[in-house]
Design a protein around this ligand. Sequence first.
Ligand code: 13P
Length: 249
Amino acid sequence: MRKPIIAGNWKMNKTVSEAIELCRNLERAVHDSDVEVVVCPPFTALSALCALGMKKVKLGAQNMSNMEKGAFTGEVSVVMLQDVCCNYVIIGHSERRQIFNETDQLINQKAHLALKYGLKPIICVGETLVQRRANETEKVVINQIKAAFHEIPQDRAVNVVVAYEPIWAIGTGETASAEEANSVIGTIRKTLAQIYDSKTANQMRIQYGGSVKPENIKELMAQPEIDGALVGGASLNAEDFSAIVHYNE
Ligand code: 13P
C-alpha cells in the first residue's frame, strides 16, 4: 500500500511570522492524520519553521540549485535545504519550467543531486492547454517522465514523488476530472514500469495538482492511481489545508 502524501506549495506567499502561525495551526489540526503531510514554504521561512520542531508536518523546498556549492549568486543548495529540516524538494514545477525556462535536462540534474543527498524530489509534470487540445497530453507527460528519470537508478527512484499538474488547471479553479487525472496518472505509472519494473512503479507515489480544494479532494483520492495532492492556493490557510488532509472523514 502506498501511503498518501498531501503537500502544500505556498509559492511566493507568507512572511516568516505568517508561516509560523500557519504551521502551528496546521500541526495541531493534522497531528492525528495517517496521511503524510508536507508544506513547501518560501526559502526565507524554512529556518524558523525548522526551529518549531514539528512532529507531523514535514518541510519541503519549492526549488533548489542543480549545483552542489560555489559561485552561483542567488541559488540555494541541497545541503542548505537539509540544514533547515527539508525532507522534500519540489522540482520542475510548471511555473519554473515556463517562467524561468527550466529544461528537462536541468530538472533531471536537480533530481540526481537531491537523491544523492537523500532529499526526496517531488517532480512535476503536466501539459499546457494547447497541448491538451491537440491531444498531446500523454505524449508530453511520457516525455517529461522519461527525461526527469534519465539514469536515476531504481533504488533511488522509489524515493521520488511525481506530481501530475495539468498547467491549465493550476490556479484557474478548473480541475481535471477525477477520472481524467486517474487515467493520466495511470499512464505515468506505466511509463515508470517500463523504465524500471511494475513492482517499483507500484511503490511510487503520484500526486494530482491543480485547483485541489476541500470540495474535490475526496473524489480525487478515491481514484486508484492517485496517491495524494500537491495543493497551491488552498494550502495557504490551515482550515482548508487540514480539511484536504482529512479527506477521508
Ligand atoms: P493551485 O492549487 O492553486 O491550482 O496550484 C496548484 C499548484 O501549482 C501546486 O504546485
